[in-house]
Design a protein around this ligand. Structure first.
Ligand SMILES: [Zn+2]
Length: 375
């Protein structure tokens, strides 16, 4: 598929608007320096109450298993049992479905049901993967590659003539292979198999802040979260979020550097989702595995969702190595709006931009912080 080469250019601010924005940012930064729990921009931008007040409506937010935390590296215990069960994943880029403006940031939804669309030269088929998998192999684990075209033809009710088109056969085989490779994360601290549901990002008003987790007190420019749910025990992400072993989130810290080609696919869609509630289909499949760092050392601890209701259901796996993202890409993220199209902008100082969408760190308490790999 053709890659759009055009570089993302945020809508320019008029000069006086820019000055006003900078002034407000500086004032807020001063306040933030005085009070470490202050996330005033987030409150103004999203219309949410400050994180420190979440517990009023969501008592769990005041619990003892909350996230994020500051990772104090000297407190991490090395655990050889983590090395013996390597963390492995299996993502299908074609299952990245759409990018949504949630009003708090962007989110890429994964087609967790395992259904897929196939569009070939002369045939459009929607295939419910789990169904075809069940019907062909009774849910067993036979590698579809060993099966002939005959069974593919019968499964999809295709005529011999249509299957003569090799592009159709190839595409169907691709979907069938997808059946046996569901989105899955296993190993490391996880006892069960976890399926990718969505991924999203947190960032700040400037690149010296933005991550939710901090490392020895240091913030990063942003943080990606790949949210998985326990598909061994539960039937949906929503159900899983009600249990202590329900979710597993991979956290990837972002630092300023060169442009990230995988995130660029999202950046190019941002002009279509400036406003809250807007969504757009992913044009070029995004490979979640390409968003992970090269060195797979990580810290792990038991924590929570970092947004209300702050459910204490997450096994956190935070990679030690940060990935690079460019200033232009972060600027594109900061151009998203927290209000719906046609709604009045709730914030005249910052034009309703989504800027500080991170929660400050909370105490680790007596929770265990384990690490895998020293790099
Ligand atoms: Zn998150």
């Amino acid at each position: 598929m053709r890659r759009i080469a055009a570089k993302f250019v945020p809508r320019p601010f008029k000069n006086d608007q820019k000055q006003r924005r900078v002034k407000v940012c500086l004032e807020l930064r001063e306040k933030a320096n005085e009070d470490p729990t202050f996330t005033g921009i987030s409150r103004i931008i999203t219309g949410d109450e400050r994180p420190s007040t979440w517990a009023k409506n969501y008592p769990t937010a005041a619990g003892s298993r909350q996230s994020p935390v500051d990772i104090v590296t000297s407190l991490a215990t090395s655990d050889t049992s983590l090395d013996s069960k390597p963390l492995t994943w299996n993502y299908v880029p074609e299952n990245t479905r759409e990018v949504v403006n949630t009003g708090h940031g962007w989110r890429v939804d994964i087609d967790g049901e395992g259904s897929g669309y196939l569009i070939t030269r002369n045939l459009k088929i929607k295939v419910k993967l789990s169904l075809c998998y069940e019907s062909v192999w009774g849910g067993g684990c036979i590698d579809p590659r060993i099966l002939g075209l005959g069974i593919i033809r019968r499964t999809f009710g295709l005529s011999e003539r249509k299957l003569e088109d090799i592009s159709v056969a190839r595409a169907l085989l691709h979907v069938l292979l997808g059946c046996s490779s569901k989105e899955e994360l296993v190993g490391g601290p996880l006892e069960d198999s976890y399926r990718l549901q969505q991924f999203h990002c947190h960032w700040g008003f400037s690149s010296d802040k933005g991550s939710e987790h901090t490392v020895d007190g240091q913030s990063f420019a942003g943080e990606l979260h790949l949210v998985h749910w326990n598909s061994s025990k539960y039937r949906s992400c929503g159900e899983a979020a009600g249990y202590p072993d329900g979710l597993a989130v991979l956290g990837v810290l972002l630092k300023v550097g060169k442009e990230n080609p995988e995130l660029q696919k999202i950046v190019e869609l941002i002009p279509s989702i400036y406003h809250r509630g807007q969504k757009i289909a992913v044009k070029e499949p995004i490979d979640p595995a390409s968003l992970l760092p090269e060195t797979l050392s990580y810290w792990t601890y038991l924590g929570s969702l970092t947004t209300p209701p702050c459910s204490e259901c997450v096994t956190w796996i935070l990679f030690k190595e940060a990935i690079e993202v460019s200033e232009d890409q972060l600027a594109a993220f900061r151009s998203l709006r927290c209000y719906k199209p046609g709604e009045a902008c709730p914030c005249d100082e910052l034009e309703g931009l989504i800027i500080n969408n991170y929660r400050p760190p909370l105490p680790l308490g007596n929770r265990e912080l384990r690490e895998c790999g020293s790099a």
